[in-house]
Design a protein. Structure first.
Length: 512
């Protein structure tokens, strides 16, 4: 139980942090002395002292987190006007003087400090037992722009930014309903990072919402600087290579998942929102799939599914058939591969590992370098190194083709966290192929498939609706059926209010 004390002497900040919450002092001088001790060597903290008639007062805020013009016009200007000293009180200042939309008060110093660090402005008046807190947040922030990791040809161009309230407002603009609920939390003892848990009250399962809140509330850590911190601390299987929580920069994607009964977590300071629970097939779907006509979406989904197998198993398959199963290769192609490998000093497995590692290094270098330089390094590096390696007899031309096709295939996966998991799994599959041939590929694929069927994301089977099998959910997995046929929400996430549209939306020639 926390104790509330009002000492006659000033308490050191160490004592405040250890045991007690200190009440606002009666004298302004004591409050300023105590707060200045807490904010020692904090050059961005501003103490603006002035007089309200004959009473001394002080405004406390952090420069860069507030809108100073708003403070000047809506606070200082009005406070410096003539105010009846006899009627001057906390209630009068809150209701009649301060022209801010959000005004509150507190008699606790620690609350004052938290609000100041959060970007609010605090007014302390001599002999008042409460401090007045008002919201004048401002400062420089990035404007809403198109997401960089989830670009689309057709669809909204706006993406999340690093401001929590801007991001929640972007979702509010998509879902204008009172059933959209937003629960606020603060995580991180030092950073005190704000986050918001969003869900649809009439769609999301109460058990799911309570589980998300429970996992977030148990987090005890000094800092949360990005959504990846939260993702690792609340996922079901932390040792799994596959992502179990989806992240997105797109408000439309977050809104679509909310309307399917999922929960969205938005963290202050990052443009990436988390979506839970997630399934494997969800990572192969792009928001653009729902904006094109269904024929195009079906083609693109099958293209991704085919190329995800190429990205995962093509290098391993090449190593297996060239090392152990040459009889599977057509004679003409076998002669071509044999002639190109005649002068190569390395076995196919070593050759594949060299090229794959070099390709991944080039890709990483292209990301870390400035954008214009990085693209040139990635393209020219791959061309020059590949051509030079073939001419030097280090690797064969077919291997360069295999690695290039594998790299292209990995770019077709819409979600980066799933794409990089596939890229990493290529290496153990290549090792199994080099040791056991096609038997190793089959063994590795079965292990991956078994693991996918075993995974859960907040209790939802990760490989659903394929495992466990549910034909009713297949309308939005391998294919995307027309909108007029997707009349039900996924049953894994929504227990009530399953139907999302009326049953007679299918267009017909008879319609006028």
């Amino acid at each position: 139980m926390k104790t509330f004390i009002k000492p006659k002497k000033l308490i050191k900040k160490v004592e405040l942090q250890e045991k007690t919450e200190v009440e606002v002092y009666e004298h302004l001088k004591d409050n300023i002395t105590f707060l200045k001790e807490l904010f020692t060597d904090c050059s961005d903290v501003v103490f603006r002292e002035f007089n309200i008639n004959n009473k001394k007062a002080c405004l406390l805020f952090i420069d860069g987190l507030v809108d100073t013009k708003s403070i000047e016009f809506n606070a200082l200007y009005q406070l410096l006007e003539e105010i009846d000293e006899k009627q001057l009180s906390t209630d009068v200042l809150e209701k009649d003087v301060m022209s801010f939309s959000q005004v509150s008060d507190s008699d606790q110093i620690d609350t004052v400090v938290k609000k100041v660090l959060d970007g609010s402005t605090v007014l302390i008046v001599d002999s008042f037992e409460k401090a007045i807190i008002f919201d004048a947040k401002g400062g420089m922030r990035r404007a809403v722009a198109e997401p960089e990791t989830e670009t689309s040809i057709r669809g909204p161009r706006e993406g999340f930014i690093e401001s929590l309230r801007v991001n929640t407002s972007l979702v509010r603009r998509k879902i204008r309903s009172t059933t959209l609920k937003i629960i606020s939390r603060e995580v991180g003892t030092e950073t005190r990072t704000g986050l918001a848990i969003l869900y649809m009250e009439n769609l999301a399962s109460p058990e799911l919402v309570n589980e998300v809140i429970k996992r977030i509330d148990r987090i005890e850590i000094d800092s949360i600087l990005e959504s990846g911190y939260i993702e690792e601390l609340i996922e079901d299987s932390p040792w799994s290579m596959f992502p179990q929580i989806q992240n997105t920069e797109r408000p439309d994607s977050a809104a679509a998942n909310l309307l399917e009964g999922r929960v969205v977590i938005i963290i202050d300071g990052t443009p990436f929102a988390l979506i839970a629970p997630a399934t494997f097939w969800q990572f192969l779907q792009a928001s653009e799939d729902y904006y094109h006509r269904y024929h195009i979406s079906i083609f693109l989904r099958w293209l991704r599914i085919i190329f995800i197998f190429i990205a995962l198993e093509l290098p391993a398959f090449y190593v297996a058939i060239t090392t152990y199963h040459q009889e599977m290769i057509p004679t003409t192609l076998l002669y071509s591969i044999a002639s190109s490998r005649e002068a190569i000093p390395f076995p196919a497995f070593v050759e594949a590992m060299i090229m794959e590692i070099a390709f991944e290094a080039l890709r990483e270098a292209g990301i870390r370098l400035p954008k214009l330089v990085g693209q040139a390094v990635s393209i020219l590096g791959a061309l020059v190194i590949g051509q030079a390696a073939v001419e030097a007899g280090i690797v064969s031309a077919p291997m360069v083709i295999v690695v290039s096709l594998t790299g292209i295939a990995s770019f077709t996966v819409p979600r980066f966290n799933m794409a990089i998991s596939i890229r990493l799994l290529r290496f153990p599959l290549m090792m199994l192929a080099g040791a056991l041939g096609l038997y190793g590929i089959v063994l590795g694929s079965l292990i991956i498939l078994t693991h996918l069927c075993h995974l859960r994301s907040f209790g939802v089977p990760y490989f659903s609706p394929l495992g466990p099998l549910s034909f009713a959910e297949f309308k939005d997995v391998f294919i995307r059926t027309p909108w007029w046929s997707m009349d039900h929400r996924p049953k894994n996430f929504v227990k009530n209010n399953i139907r999302r549209e009326s049953p007679n939306l299918k267009p017909s020639p008879e319609q006028k």
